[in-house]
Design a protein around this ligand. Structure first.
Ligand code: EPZ
Length: 422
């Protein structure tokens, strides 16, 4: 297992290229199941989660490779084993998004029921309810979700909201299944995340008829078949937001290339609120930070609200503000594994249920810390950039799930991050 040793504090300055979005790439790769043949997906980041997902598709019968340009090629001509195995699903919950496309293509799917993870319980009841509304018979067998629709699926009006609002991968599953259903499906309270819009655009390019893209009401006119596609994934707004905080917390200046500010308005709003400058430039932006950082309140919400996937990173930034901030987590109320680790670095964070009160401190102090989930780990890297001394982060594989070689991208702009074998 690798560890990071991070020397701080540093000031970042320079330019960073933002990669394609992991959370857009995964459902788009799953969409390739819907049409037999060779699809090519470009701007897929080279991450361990993508490798795991490729293996999952291969187990179904697909052939997956990266070509010389780095594009992911998926040949889904043969799908002879519509089973999402426990050994893969337990490593990556996003595997659940093969359920809808497998059911639509094969009339049957078995996918291991995902368990909880470091960020909470993470049920999939809405995914299952949506597919049942389309006519699937679903039961649980030995820890596997068994979904069957031997005579195909039928379009329906479906309300997909849950206690925490819309569901991103639940919307992806029902949307993909509905493209091949008979008749019209309406998904009310659909997720509006740019990653879902990107998936819907991809499905339309495959021959689907999806409208209302980007809105909470998706309308899908079922078609008989879809065809393979060449499609490009959008830039990763969460990676961009993480690098924006890196610039801000080091009082540095970073130009981010390949970054869509229009997907990040809530994030840009919070950054400007605390005194960070964010200016659009070419196909990206320039972010400049300076001290003092002003305190601010953050409430995470489904898109277009502030993303839960940037909550941990902003907690680090607000830890160094000159006053008190409040962070309320309304998507995953238990997503606070980073709080205790940041307190070990001399942050002053107090958790009360889904709320964290952040008392600004003058400085963070390096310590050995443990990466827990992907975004919490990214927050520890940010803390390490700003803290005095050498921060050691254990279990770096969590970071590698979602950030491609983060040290090789931050070191050229002034970070001092060494990857070592523990
Ligand atoms: C996606 O997870 C992302 N994953 C997560 O990113 C992200 O944090 C999350 O959306 C929210 O934005 C991928 O895209 C691969 P949800 P997903 O279903 O779809 C509740 C990262 O760090 N819910 O939108 O699994 C759920 O418990 C990852 O990159 C139900 O109640 O999340 C939560 O409170 C982590 N029943 C809320 O809805 C369900 O059936 C939103 O979850 C499904 C969800």
């Amino acid at each position: 297992m690798d560890v990071f040793r991070i020397e701080g504090p540093v000031r970042l300055s320079g330019s960073v290229q933002i990669n394609g979005s992991k959370n857009a790439a995964l459902p788009i790769m799953a969409a390739a199941i819907l049409a037999g043949g060779k699809s090519t997906v470009s701007a897929v980041p080279n991450l361990s989660d993508i490798s795991v997902f490729s293996r999952l598709l291969e187990k179904l019968g697909c052939r997956v490779s990266r070509n010389q340009q780095g594009h992911v090629c998926i040949d889904s001509t043969v799908i002879d084993n519509p089973v999402g195995e426990y050994d893969i699903v337990r490593k990556m919950r996003a595997s659940i998004c093969i359920l809808g496309p497998l059911l639509a293509r094969c009339g049957r799917a078995e996918v291991s029921m995902p368990g909880g993870c470091a960020i909470g319980d993470r049920p999939v009841n809405l995914h299952l309810r949506g597919l049942q509304e389309l006519g699937a018979q679903i039961h649980l067998k030995n820890g596997y979700i068994v979904a069957e629709a031997p005579s195909g699926l039928t379009g329906k009006e479906i309300f997909l909201g849950g206690p925490f609002g819309s569901t991103v991968l639940g919307t992806a599953n029902v949307l993909m299944a509905a493209t091949l259903a008979k008749g019209r499906t309406t998904i009310e309270s659909a997720a509006c995340e740019p990653e879902i819009a990107n998936l819907a655009d991809c499905l339309n390019k495959m021959g689907a008829k999806v409208s209302g893209i980007g809105s909470p009401r998706l309308i899908i006119e079922g078609v008989k078949r879809l065809h393979p596609v060449e499609f490009e994934v959008i830039p990763d707004r969460i990676e961009a937001g993480t690098f924006m905080v890196a610039a801000a917390i080091t009082a540095g200046e970073l130009a981010l290339r390949n970054c869509r500010l229009s997907d990040m308005m809530a994030v840009v709003d919070r950054l400007r609120n605390v005194g960070v400058t964010v200016e659009p430039k070419d196909n990206g932006c320039v972010v400049a930070g300076s001290f003092p950082i002003k305190p601010a309140d953050i409430i995470t919400q489904p898109y277009p609200g502030f993303p839960t996937d940037l909550q941990a990173q902003f907690m680090v930034l607000l830890s160094l503000a000159n006053g008190n901030s409040v962070i309320i987590e309304k998507v995953f109320p238990d997503r606070f594994m980073h709080v205790a680790e940041l307190n070990r670095m001399a942050a002053d964070l107090r958790k009360e249920g889904p709320v964290v009160i952040v008392a600004g401190v003058k400085k963070l102090i390096a310590a050995p810390v443990m990466a827990s989930d992907l975004r919490a780990s990214a927050a520890l890297v940010l803390a390490g950039l700003a803290a005095e001394g050498t921060t050691t982060i254990n279990r770096v594989y969590h970071i590698d799930r979602g950030y491609e070689k983060i040290e090789e991208r931050l070191n050229p702009v002034g970070a001092k991050i060494a990857r070592e074998q523990a």
